[in-house]
Write a protein of this length. Structure first.
Length: 280
């Protein structure tokens, strides 16, 4: 097994954790490489020094944001991701610091499954191609008022939304921005798209869930010489001008996460979202 390690070493807790994880893995004869700009801290081999296709597992340290960064920056790596949660609200970074030893043992003994999750891929008038693990967001940006966004599904008109924007989320991203905008929680084991308007002028404009076979075409229907913002996973920002079109579809690849037995998605929801059960 070959593992690529993506530590977070700007704080003492991250440095200590990185050392512990690296030493544990190498002491069990696991070949470990480390993200190039952090490898010297651990006196470890560089990620760039080996064939990227040989990497089986990517271990990130941080939160869901760290996982998204690694997945985008190293999209050429096909290994599944295991997230160690150093943040607060981690739906993808499942492993707690207190559970690291047992988690790494399960990893070494291959007591895990790979959960394959749908991603969005697409293109636009200005961007040849892009992908999103959580969501694609069209937002009014610097516009002081609502904007008009027209969405077609398989060439059939869905609606022209007058809103602050529109979110197109995956099930994986349904607990992120889409949830905050009133969208539904969708189990990540389901393949679907969630379209959630952001603060629509017409309150009957509600989120809608679409099957993964649908092709989505989005057009900014604003005034000439105006533009809005298009963001993928909160990481990549593009300008969309009036008349520009965005085409979204189910990705050819999947986003792969390491899943240990006993990790309960519904328990994660209760804990992360603060569901308290009975009111009295």
């Amino acid at each position: 097994m070959k593992i690529a390690l993506f530590p977070k070493i700007h704080e003492d807790v991250g440095k200590k954790l990185a050392q512990e994880v690296y030493q544990f893995l190498t002491s069990h004869k696991v070949e470990v490489v480390v993200e190039d700009d952090k490898a010297s801290f651990l006196n470890a081999p560089l990620l760039s020094s080996i064939d990227p296709s040989s990497i089986d597992i990517l271990i990130t340290m941080g939160g869901d944001g760290s996982i998204l960064r690694v997945a985008h920056q190293y999209s050429h790596l096909n290994g599944a991701i295991l997230g160690i949660n150093l943040g607060h609200l981690g739906f993808m970074a499942d492993v707690k610091v207190s559970d690291i030893t047992s988690g790494l043992k399960n990893l070494i003994n291959q007591n895990f499954t790979i959960q394959k999750r749908l991603i969005i891929e697409g293109s636009s008038s200005t961007q040849q191609s892009f992908f999103a693990i959580n969501d694609c967001v069209l937002h009014r940006g610097q516009n002081p008022s609502l904007v008009e966004i027209t969405i077609h599904v398989d060439d059939l008109l869905l609606n022209t939304f007058q809103a602050d924007g529109v979110i197109i989320a995956t099930p994986n991203g349904s607990t992120a921005y889409s949830l905050a905008a009133g969208g539904p929680i969708v189990s990540p084991t389901i393949e679907a798209f969630v379209i959630t308007p952001i603060c629509p002028h017409t309150i009957s404009n509600r989120p809608i869930v679409l099957p993964p076979s649908d092709n989505i075409r989005i057009e900014y229907a604003g005034y000439e010489n105006t533009s809005i913002e298009f963001v993928t996973d909160g990481l990549h920002h593009f300008e969309i001008k009036s008349g520009d079109q965005i085409h979204l579809r189910k990705g050819a690849k999947t986003f792969n996460l390491v899943n240990f037995e006993g990790i309960d998605y519904f328990s994660t929801l209760r804990h992360k979202l603060g569901w308290s059960g009975k009111l009295r």
